[in-house]
Write a protein that binds this ligand. Structure first.
Ligand SMILES: CCCCC/C=C/C(=O)SCCNC(=O)CCNC(=O)[C@H](O)C(C)(C)COP(=O)(O)OP(=O)(O)OC[C@H]1O[C@@H](n2cnc3c(N)ncnc32)[C@H](O)[C@@H]1OP(=O)(O)O
Length: 360
């Protein structure tokens, strides 16, 4: 049955009452559907490439092509109802998959079983790219994991990717203070995010189920164990993006693999296979993809039976002498990125990706 004008107006009111910010992607969809439903196909000139916000809105509206007004109205109502409808699933029943949501988290699934807390990046349709909200959610999940009953914490990805790094659309959400304020906010966010990994008190394991890009690779130097599927690759294309290394990789990578191998990754963006990453010490062990989950989880369940205090204390003594150094490195990397993010090289790379001109 088609929706009435009244249903449409009700949906518009419901949007204003949403308790939780639905995130930029959803807001863009809502904007585009609203414009299509009320004005028909996009009828305004395309904004300039550096007018990020209006360009993103224009892209979203224009992307609806000649979708009939009636269908746009229906889609708008359906989208709003999916945002505000009651969730009957308890968090433990939520299954990973098509970007499903768990209460408290937009794009993470956090579960605790067998004394292991698993933090699953759950945005498979976007290759688990990390949005601004996800940075906050991951910090929240790590804080909770550091205080819960679990003895091990695992970070992994849903779908075919482990993680495609920073969500490049994060750069389009420009605050009133402009690009400079955006860069400052991002620099603070990055510093806090990486600090959570530096300070995490329990054994931290990365289960790298597929390709890993950018920040999801650089922070691996702060994990205690990194298990990888033989499908995984490790890519830090910072120069391609006009950016510079983060996640303490400017310090941990040369230490782990030697300075020339680290330079090939961090300066020249060489993508490593799982086997190469293991040979260079970034990965602990590689498993065939067909048995990856089974072998890794069997191993982790066995480890989780070890005495928790002994594991925590051993981690502390291994990491203790490095902590101060890592915090200093993190602060410096964030400071360098503050200016990199305002550079033409970086802005051009982001615009090229968003306008579909460039992929890695
Ligand atoms: C505040 C903290 C800042 C921290 C600094 C961090 C730096 C980094 O992490 S740098 C690395 C940034 N990542 C990238 O540059 C990756 C960009 N993505 C790609 O090049 C490709 O998407 C790919 C190689 C990762 C996968 O290619 P492919 O298999 O062809 O799949 P699609 O490109 O079709 O991807 C599906 C879907 O997902 C979107 N997407 C993927 N990665 C990102 C991303 N990093 N940011 C935003 N969106 C991403 C992609 O656009 C597709 O979306 P739709 O077209 O809407 O389906």
């Amino acid at each position: 049955m088609s929706v009435t004008q009244k249903d449409f107006e009700n949906a518009m009111n419901q949007v204003k009452l949403l308790k939780k910010d639905p995130g930029n992607e959803v807001k863009l969809k809502l904007y585009a559907l609203y414009k299509q439903a009320t004005e028909g196909p996009c009828n305004i000139p395309k904004p300039g490439a550096f007018d990020f916000v209006n360009k993103a809105k224009w892209d979203a509206w224009n992307g609806l092509g000649s979708l009939p007004k009636e269908t746009a109205r229906q889609n708008y109502v359906d989208l709003v109802s999916s945002l505000s409808g009651p969730s009957s699933e308890s968090s433990s029943q939520v299954k990973p998959g098509a970007d499903s949501k768990q209460e408290g988290y937009e794009n993470l699934l956090v579960t605790s079983e067998d004394r292991i807390t698993k933090i699953l990046l759950n945005r498979p349709t976007k290759k688990n790219a990390i949005t601004t909200q996800m940075y906050h959610e991951i910090m929240l999940a790590l804080k909770a994991a550091s205080q819960d009953d679990s003895v091990l914490t695992v970070l992994t990805g849903s779908g075919d990717y482990y993680c495609s790094g920073n969500d490049l659309t994060n750069f389009t959400d420009i605050p009133p203070g402009g690009v400079e304020e955006k860069a400052k906010n991002s620099s603070f966010l990055l510093r806090d995010f990486v600090n959570c990994f530096i300070d995490f008190p329990k054994p931290l394991v990365a289960v790298v189920n597929g390709p890993a890009v950018g920040i999801s690779v650089t922070i691996l130097g702060l994990f205690d164990i990194v298990y990888a599927s033989d499908r995984a690759t490790f890519h830090t294309p910072f120069s391609h993006l006009g950016q510079s290394p983060e996640g303490c990789s400017s310090y941990t990578f040369p230490k782990i693999m030697g300075s020339s191998k680290a330079a090939e990754m961090l300066i020249f963006g060489k993508k490593l296979t799982a086997g190469e990453a293991c040979a260079q010490g970034l990965v602990t062990q590689v498993f065939p993809d067909s048995t990856f989950q089974k072998e890794v989880w069997t191993r982790l369940k066995a480890y989780s039976k070890l005495p928790p205090n002994a594991m925590r204390i051993s981690k502390e003594i291994i990491r203790k002498n490095e902590k101060e150094k890592l915090h200093a490195v993190n602060a410096e990397e964030c400071n360098v990125l503050l200016s990199r993010w305002q550079s033409d090289e970086c802005m051009n790379a982001v615009v090229n990706f968003l306008s579909r001109k460039a992929k890695l």
